[in-house]
Design a protein around this ligand. Structure first.
Ligand code: GLN
Length: 312
């Protein structure tokens, strides 16, 4: 952000927030009982730049569970901790065109299509547990916290709710085991997955995590290298092609920014070398993406010229 862009962001954010406040379409995710208790009309937007500037509007400090956005970050960690070859042996990088919770693997490789849907993410959690053992969750929480720049915590009630009702994810884990994409026992992989999804963040946290990725893995405020450069590159690539489930093609076309959504209502976007942006609004469309989040990202990308293939 140059000195000319800063006032522009400050002017645009409240306008976009006001424009979409009346948009009340969509439903809370209720297949995880605890998520149905969220305040449905919460709405926050945050931007953090690679140079360390921050902007926010609305409920940008209200905590919610990170859910599937964790998938991008654990993938990034696994590339570094297990190595890119081991990761690629477990999970592909191909958009699935299926729902996030689909019980569907690539028929040729027998691996999950990509790490941004549940099957691929549970395979990655299993791999992280293999490498890190029982310290896996602490390591994940630590790394997420370093990227956000503050100590994060897990929502116990959401974690228990997911662990008790996640039968579909359990079924997926067993299929992964039979296909060889999971090697260890399923329970530690699932436990890590349910825990990582239950980490509490705010829109501001997500924007700062995005700024860290946009800054090639170096956290702009601490100067610490939180993620490996090549792992960030690979992660942004799958976020671009697969980050919002079966809406990813539309998103790449209309928004043109690597992003990851979660059923807690958050969306994280990264403009490489420039900024992280995040929205929080828990009413979801039929694909599990935040309704206001989609609208805000489309508007912000257009007004700030963020699309990767924009001419200016
Ligand atoms: N924990 C959720 C699940 O496994 C995450 C899904 C999501 O955010 N899309 O169903």
């Amino acid at each position: 952000t140059t000195e000319t862009e800063r006032p522009e962001i400050e002017r645009i954010l409240p306008r976009i927030h006001a424009r979409y406040t009346p948009l009340r379409d969509g439903q809370l995710a209720d297949y995880i009982p605890e998520l149905a208790r969220m305040e449905p009309d919460s709405f926050g937007i945050a931007i953090a730049t690679a140079e360390g500037h921050q902007f926010s509007v609305g409920d940008a400090e209200r905590p919610f569970t990170i859910q599937s956005i964790s998938k991008a970050l654990t993938f990034c960690m696994a590339l570094e901790l297990a190595g890119a070859a081991a990761v690629r042996a477990r999970v592909g990088v191909e958009p699935s065109g299926d729902a996030f919770n689909a019980i569907e693997f690539d028929p040729v490789t027998r691996r999950p299509y990509n790490p941004m849907v549940n099957a691929g993410a549970i395979a990655i959690s299993g791999l992280l547990h293999e490498v890190l053992g029982d310290a896996a969750f602490e390591t994940v929480l630590d790394r997420f916290s370093q990227a956000a720049g503050r100590r994060l915590a897990m929502d116990e009630a959401v974690y228990r709710s997911e662990a008790e009702t996640g039968h579909r994810n359990r079924a997926i884990a067993h299929l992964l085991l039979s296909a060889g994409a999971l090697t260890g026992p399923v329970e530690p992989a699932l436990d890590l997955y349910f825990r990582q999804c239950s980490i509490l963040v705010t829109a501001t946290d997500l924007a700062r995590i995005g700024a860290t990725m946009g800054h090639l893995g170096e956290q702009p405020w601490s100067g610490r290298q939180v993620f490996e450069v090549s792992a960030v590159r690979d992660t942004l690539s799958v976020m671009f092609s697969c980050g919002v489930y079966d809406y990813s093609g539309n998103w790449a076309h209309d928004v043109g920014v690597p992003a990851k959504s979660g059923v807690g209502g958050g969306i994280l976007g990264v403009v490489s070398r420039q900024l992280g942006l995040a929205t929080f609004s828990p009413r979801l469309d039929a694909r599990g993406n935040s309704v206001r989040g989609l609208a805000v990202f489309k508007s912000l990308a257009a007004e700030l010229g963020l699309h990767v293939f924009d001419a200016t």
